[in-house]
Every structure is written in structure tokens, then in C-alpha cells.
Design a protein around this ligand. Structure first.
Ligand code: PEP
Length: 248
């Protein structure tokens, strides 16, 4: 049985004053009915961990270095995220692949670093609009999955997020049939590679999820939750998405 997961990616947004949104969220959803994760900027993880008190909200980083420590100015390691109170880390987000040239093999190395530190890695995959228009979506996703997900990954330490690049922050979402096609493909690939364990990996959809489209997306087979950017910043919107997931 896969536990549903509502994950928020705050990206480079949020200062201490925004902890008020998290306090409002946990006050409104003391028992959310699904797993809830927020990945704030690294500067806020420890403060958010303090602010959440005994609430089951999980916290995550948005990236980690492949090494545990060393001369890498500006980078943050997986053990440092654990030390700050994180249990998860996003790796391979398309903004990092685009802005920092991260390759599938680097993403895989980061996922391994996360595993070694005891973090759950949320590995992101997704096609560009040009790749979709060229009919290459499943080929691109299959190649990313194969090369980004380590052989040692399990359903307990790895979550896969399908995030079409053209749907992130644009307000555009794929049709339910397009989401279902990719999630069905991902599940089949995972089972082919990992055997019965392939059924244990949670598959999140990400890309312009909002309160108005969440229920339709969560009703799809093999959608185990969402990775939410913009709509995770406000307690009311993220709370509505959490409620839709808990009810799905
Ligand atoms: C994301 O960046 O992971 C994301 C899904 O963003 P948004 O929900 O804003 O499209």
C-alpha cells in the first residue's frame, strides 16, 4: 500500500515571516490524512522544524551535493539537511537541470548521497514542450528514469515526480490521459527493472497543480500525490490540495 504524498517545493521563496503560512497550514490540518512534505529554502529548514512542533509535517531540501563534506563553497550536503531536520530531498528538478546543467548521472549520484544519509530522494523527471511535440515523451522519461534512479533505490527511500517542464509554473497542465499515460509507463518500467519492489515507489505528478485541478489528477491510476510549486506557498491553497489528496 503506497502512502499518498503531498509535497510542496517553495523554490527560492520564503523568509522567516512566511513560517506563518506553515503554522496556519498545520493548525488547519492537524491530521492531514496523507503524508505532507514541504521543501523550503535550506535557510528555513531548521526554523520550520522548530515551528511545526509535534505535527507530522515532513521537511526536505531542494538539492544536495554528491559529497558529504568538503571544499564546495555554497553547496549543502545530505547529512547537513538531516542535521537541520530534513527527512527528504528533491533531486533533479528541471530548474536545476536547466540552470545548473545537472545531468542524469549527477542526479543519480545525488540520489545515492541522499540514500547514504538516510534521506528519501524525490527524483524529478519530465519532458520539454519540444520533446512532447516531437513525440519523444516516453523515450525521454524512460531514459531519465533509467539513468537517474540508482540500482539500489527502493520504494521506501525513493519517490519519483513526473513534472513536464512546460507545465511548471505556467498554469498549463497535461490532460488526464497524458498524465495517466506517463504514470502507467513509469510504473511498468519500475516493475520491469525492480520486480515487485517497483510497485512500491510512489509516483507524484507536478506542474501547475492547484485546488481547482487537484481532485481530477489524484483520481488517476498510479498518481500517488503531487509535487506542488506555487500553490504550496499559501496555506489555503496547499491545504485544499492536501484535503483533495486525502479524499482521493
Ligand atoms: C515545481 O516546480 O515542482 C512545480 C510543480 O511548480 P508549479 O506547481 O508552480 O508548476
Amino acid at each position: 500500500m503506497r502512502r499518498k504524498l503531498a509535497a510542496g517545493n517553495w523554490k527560492m521563496n520564503g523568509v522567516a515571516a512566511d513560517l506563518a503560512e506553515v503554522k496556519a497550514l498545520i493548525a488547519a490540518h492537524p491530521e492531514p490524512g496523507c503524508e505532507v512534505l514541504i521543501c523550503p529554502p535550506a535557510t528555513l529548514i531548521a526554523q520550520m522544524n522548530w515551528a511545526k512542533g509535534a505535527h507530522p509535517l515532513a521537511l526536505g531540501g531542494q538539492d544536495c551535493h554528491v559529497k558529504a563534506a568538503g571544499a564546495h563553497t555554497g553547496d549543502i550536503s545530505a547529512p547537513m539537511l538531516v542535521d537541520a531536520g530534513a527527512s527528504h530531498v528533491i533531486v533533479g528538478h528541471s530548474e536545476r537541470r536547466a540552470d545548473h546543467g545537472e545531468t542524469n548521472s549527477e542526479v543519480r549520484a545525488k540520489a545515492l548521497a541522499a540514500q547514504a544519509a538516510g534521506l528519501v530522494a524525490v527524483i524529478c523527471l519530465g519532458e520539454t514542450e519540444a520533446e512532447r511535440d516531437a513525440g519523444a515523451t516516453l523515450a525521454v522519461i524512460g531514459a531519465q528514469l533509467g539513468a537517474s534512479v540508482p540500482e539500489s533505490a527502493t520504494g521506501a527511500d525513493t519517490v519519483i515526480a513526473y513534472e513536464p517542464v512546460w507545465a511548471i509554473g505556467t498554469g498549463r497542465t497535461p490532460t488526464p490521459a497524458q498524465i495517466a499515460e506517463v504514470h502507467g509507463f513509469l510504473r511498468a518500467e519500475l516493475v520491469a527493472r525492480f520486480g515487485p519492489e517497483g510497485a512500491a515507489f510512489r509516483l507524484l505528478y507536478g506542474g501547475s497543480v492547484k485546488p481547482s485541478n487537484a481532485a481530477e489528477i489524484f483520481a488517476l491510476p498510479d498518481v500517488d500525490g503531487a509535487l506542488v510549486g506555487g500553490a504550496s506557498l499559501k496555506a489555503a491553497d496547499f491545504g485544499a490540495i492536501i484535503a483533495a489528496l486525502a479524499a482521493a
